[in-house]
Design a binder for this molecule. Structure first.
Ligand SMILES: Cc1cc2nc3c(=O)[nH]c(=O)nc-3n(C[C@H](O)[C@H](O)[C@H](O)COP(=O)(O)OP(=O)(O)OC[C@H]3O[C@@H](n4cnc5c(N)ncnc54)[C@H](O)[C@@H]3O)c2cc1C
Length: 253
């Protein structure tokens, strides 16, 4: 089976700063979106089980090649980089259209895996939009695959209070959650091989996609800071009644 895993390069979140109307990305190197590590691991496991092929696709700037080399080091067979060139105004639909056209161009893909969300923009839209552009079914938030075989998959889809077991014909698009597996680490041999591996390049215009964004972000605000906590001191009985009073006043009980 030929599997494609969609990977995005994102910043280290701990190093991102948010100011009114601005998100400042760090100068440090970008990393593979942590949620995509699970999609990569699952692609490798399915590839190994089905004696198949796993390819990785990313859409992004020059540095996104680094994320592709990281996953080649883990055992991904081929890497495709749709180069975005200069920073462009792109919404999730356009991003997904580019990725869907890349999947079509690569050809023979039966299963597309993605992370549940990108940890920078947090849209959680690309998986469904890629499926829509391909006109393939989609299963979101998969925590386990029971069956992956020619023609169908049976998956556990994470739901609010448990899970749904769902079946889809192939080809299909699935996002995975981090409970699905424990991602492996690269070997030294894998890293050496990845350094020299070919990265196949494409552009949105090769894929016939017009990079026009239909939505734009009007404002970005940092979350409101929490008010400082209060310490109630005194004898136990006194503290308990003051605490109850306070919780009642704040309508928490
Ligand atoms: C080249 C480029 C230019 C952009 N320009 C702007 C801009 O001008 N203004 C702005 O506000 N935003 C911009 N963005 C952000 C863009 O809108 C979001 O990346 C996009 O909408 C997807 O949302 P998300 O990243 O939250 O992905 P989600 O929908 O949360 O991602 C779900 C999963 O889809 C896959 N995926 C997502 N993105 C990619 C990708 N690029 N390549 C491969 N797999 C992917 C991953 O598996 C991920 O786990 C740009 C993004 C790109 C790639």
């Amino acid at each position: 089976m030929k599997i494609a895993v969609l990977i995005k390069q994102t910043p280290q979140l701990s190093e991102v700063t948010v100011a009114p109307n601005d998100i400042k990305w760090p100068d440090s190197a970008l990393i593979l979106n942590p949620f995509d590590e699970y999609a990569v691991e699952e692609a490798l496991r399915i590839k190994e089980k089905t004696n198949g092929t796993a390819v990785a696709v990313t859409f992004g700037g020059t540095s996104a090649e680094g994320a592709l080399r990281d996953v080649l080091a883990l055992g991904i067979d081929e890497a495709y980089h749709v180069e975005s060139g200069d920073f462009l105004s792109i919404d999730p639909q356009t991003n997904a259209k580019v990725l869907a056209e890349a999947i079509k161009k690569i050809g023979g893909i039966q299963l597309v895996l993605t992370g549940k969300q990108a940890n920078d923009d947090d849209a959680s839209v690309v998986t469904a939009a890629v499926a829509a552009h391909l006109d393939w079914p989609q299963i979101g938030f998969v925590k386990k695959f029971d069956i992956v075989e020619e023609g169908r998959v049976v998956a556990w889809r994470t739901a609010d209070n448990g899970y749904d077991i769902v079946e889809s014909p192939l080809p299909t698009v699935c996002s995975v959650v981090k409970e699905i597996n424990e991602p492996r680490l690269p070997s030294l041999k894998g890293k050496m091989k990845a350094k020299k591996a070919e990265i196949k390049k494409m552009t949105a215009s090769d894929l016939g996609v017009d990079l026009k964004s239909s939505i734009s972000i009007k404002s970005v605000e940092p979350p409101k800071s929490r008010p400082a906590g209060a310490i109630i001191s005194g004898e136990v009985d006194e503290v308990v009644s003051k605490l109850i009073e306070k919780l009642q006043a704040d309508q928490l009980i």
